[in-house]
Design a protein around this ligand. Sequence first.
Ligand code: FES
Ligand SMILES: [Fe+2]
Length: 405
Amino acid sequence: MAAQAEDVLKSRMAVARRVVDHIRHGTSDLAEAPMVNAASVYTDPERHAREREVLFKQTPQFVCLSTELAEPGAFRTFDETGTPIVVVRQGDGSVRAFLNICVHRGARLVREAEGKAKRFTCWFHGWTFAADGRLAAAPEAERFEGGMAGRDHLISVPAAERHGMVFVVPTPGASMDIDAHLGAFGEILAGLNLEVAERVKTDILPVASNWKYALDTYGEGYHFAALHKQTLAPYFRNDITIYDRYDRHHRIGFVERDWEKWVDQPEESWGVRAEAAGIHYLFPNVVLFAGSVSPGKTYLTIFRHYPGEAPGETKTYKTIYAFGGVRSEEHRAEVEAAFDATAHVVRTEDYVTAAEGWKNLTALPPGATVVYGRQEIALQHQHRALAEAIGMPLPQLNPIAQAAE
Ligand code: FES
Ligand SMILES: [Fe+2]
């Protein structure tokens, strides 16, 4: 653990040096060129259906932290991809996931959102399943004679656990290589110490926008000065981004105004903490935000974005955790207040804009585009990665320069 804290401190120092360098020179991490994207990526129902299938049913989905599924028998349902799933902690400590569908006649087997149970009994006719999915008992089983063949087990789906996070692929028969999915980003996630993060508060933020348009609001600080004039701009610079890419995932850091004083101070006095920070984008739909809207305070907020059936429907599941666990009732109240502060900014500023902006995109003529500037580097990357995953043409980099050639 000590070695890990040292690694995190080293990486925070490296980031701090980049920050100071950017403050000194008036620079930022930037993309090579602006990137243009079709407005229809946010509005096209066919593309939307393809995203739901490939990105949400065939790609590893983060479900919850390990601490939210701590004890043997702990379970949690997961319906957000459209396929009903139940994830269960096994007696041997592993995690398994099943379709939350009774193999008798399809009733919803587990009806609570989460809890702890030794067995699951279907409320329709009372078939009972063990935590490992085996059928343990069925009333009047003898009356089914040969009809029970192949019904002695719930239908399983791939499940895995890494760095204190639980993942599933919500499709029976699918495979999951979670290490390949995370790649080098796994080490960054490990630095967040999620194994000891404790959930404090959770809520759903609905927004009448495309899920990617909502997700985009977490991917650039360029909008702080205008949209978050009163809430974030007083504390954070909008013109400096620290951007690190890890294959399909990335991490971005925004610069607190308070750090401007570092420019005139020796490195040793910066007071950089061995605490991970930044916006961590976990492909395709999750943002892990280590930090807070009040500078100097660090909490973990995880935003999971799910598309509805139509392109303009999104649900964001927002959950805040205390790093290292809740220390006292005061600490709990503080984390809850941090949750409310972020939720207020997201609801009244980001998501109001996301709903209006998305509706506007639907009113544009065919062939219309949007553009991401060089400072919106994370969004450029995110949209290329998403397009690539669903086999669509990649958005163009710097098309103006290309046209001039
Ligand atoms: S549908 Fe579950 S026991 Fe009949
Ligand atoms: Fe924002």
